[in-house]
Design a protein around this ligand. Structure first.
Ligand code: HEC
Ligand code: HEC
Length: 336
């Protein structure tokens, strides 16, 4: 018995001070890319034009960048996004930063790949409201695009829904985080972050249990959890992954978002209901916004009894996950 206590105490303390094992935070050498859509210059160039081209929407007024704006942390900084005709979808625009590393896209993970994801927003009426059977002929009339598709995807039938999705996904794979102060710290520069942020990091991987879910290079486990943002039976609220299949374990669960560049991408959570990182950290660290009666609350969401100082340390740490904006020339001229 004594040995057992000794051992678990040892494990706890080693978890708390495992600051030297930093390799898991370091970016994988290569951006994952599917076999049938390897990154090439021509594909990225084409995808970038499409991403910023408002003609992909029915109103010619909305592009992907309207809601995932590089100058706004690749989001739109509003709780839920305005769409064609001022309609609004129910969810907060997530950042597209590092989506290349995700094995599920959307808050509920309904798309697996960026290729599968890309056509969704074009079609839906709460986003670009553009039927693909209208869009493809529209693009085919733009001579410049015909040429660029031919160059990027020779022998793939020109402009099709497939090549369109592939090109946009290729550009998205280049939208990756830059070196943040924490990355320097993780590689051994102990002065790259403040003492307060370092204390926050220790809490993050220790007492506050944030890395139970916000783990690895992209600060997400790629999984889905109900963190108690809404109470009870979620009547009239979003059911998350449960909408895809009525599995009990999927009730009210949403994808763990990346925390990279998180200072740039508020408001937070799937419904954009939280403005500050302090409030977001408090909800996650205190057992959820609603503590009682939440159906299917994650067992990892427990009151960690943090002080205000500890919450502010966690926030200081999360701020070190922001790097400079990536270098990007936003297209101003589009194919004609
Ligand atoms: C009107 C606003 C709007 C427009 C326009 C829009 N999106 Fe989105 N995007 C959203 C919202 C809201 C979500 C989250 C929806 C959900 O999870 O159900 C989302 C989700 C995503 C995701 C998933 C990210 C993640 O972490 O799961 C990607 C990738 C993405 N959009 C790319 C695009 C691309 C590419 C385009 C253009 C073809 C586009 N979006 C156009 C609002 C928009
Ligand atoms: C059970 C897994 C889990 C744990 C533990 C957890 N989180 Fe989260 N976190 C999530 C999920 C899932 C979301 C998105 C939930 C939603 O929108 O419904 C989220 C959202 C966030 C957001 C908002 C990000 C955005 O872009 O919207 C922040 C900030 C955050 N968590 C910080 C923390 C901190 C700090 C801790 C530790 C105190 C923590 N989390 C612990 C799963 C977790």
């Amino acid at each position: 018995m004594i040995v057992k206590i000794g051992l678990s105490a040892l494990l706890v303390s080693s978890a708390l001070f495992a600051t030297s094992d930093m390799s898991k935070w370091i970016r994988p050498q290569k951006v994952p890319q599917p076999k049938d859509n390897k990154l090439t210059k021509d594909r990225v160039k084409l995808g970038k034009l499409l991403y910023f081209d408002k003609r992909l929407s029915s109103s010619d007024a909305i592009s992907c960048a309207t809601c995932h704006n590089p100058k706004r942390g690749w989001t739109d900084l509003v709780p839920v996004s305005k769409a064609v005709g001022a309609g609004r979808g129910p969810r907060n625009s997530p950042t597209i930063l590092n989506t290349a590393y995700q094995n599920r896209q959307f808050w509920d993970g309904r798309a697996r790949t960026l290729e599968q994801q890309a056509l969704g927003p074009i079609k839906t009426n709460v986003e670009m409201n553009m039927p693909l059977k209208v869009l493809i002929p529209k693009l085919k009339k733009i001579h410049g695009y015909v040429e660029l598709f031919k160059k990027a995807y020779p022998k793939e039938g020109g402009i099709t829904t497939k090549t369109l999705a592939k090109a946009i996904a290729s550009f998205e794979r280049t939208v990756v985080s830059t070196t943040s102060p924490f990355d320097k710290y993780a590689k051994g520069d102990k002065n790259a972050i403040s003492k307060k942020a370092e204390d926050g990091y220790k809490l993050f991987i220790g007492k506050a249990h944030c890395s139970d879910c916000h783990d690895k290079f992209n600060f997400t486990d790629g999984s889905f959890h109900n963190i108690g943002l809404n109470d009870g039976d979620l009547k009239g609220k979003e059911l998350g992954r449960y909408n895809l299949k009525h599995r009990a374990a999927w009730y009210g669960v949403f994808k763990t978002p990346t925390l990279r560049d998180v200072t740039k991408s508020g408001p937070y959570f799937h419904d954009g209901s939280v403005k500050t990182l302090t409030e977001a950290a408090t909800i996650c660290a205190s057992g959820g916004r609603y503590k009682n009666g939440v159906k299917n609350l994650s067992t990892y969401i427990v009151d960690r009894h943090l002080t205000q100082t500890e919450i502010s340390q966690l926030v200081a740490f999360m701020k070190t996950l922001t790097g400079p904006d990536m270098k990007l020339k936003i297209p101003t001229k589009f194919p004609q």
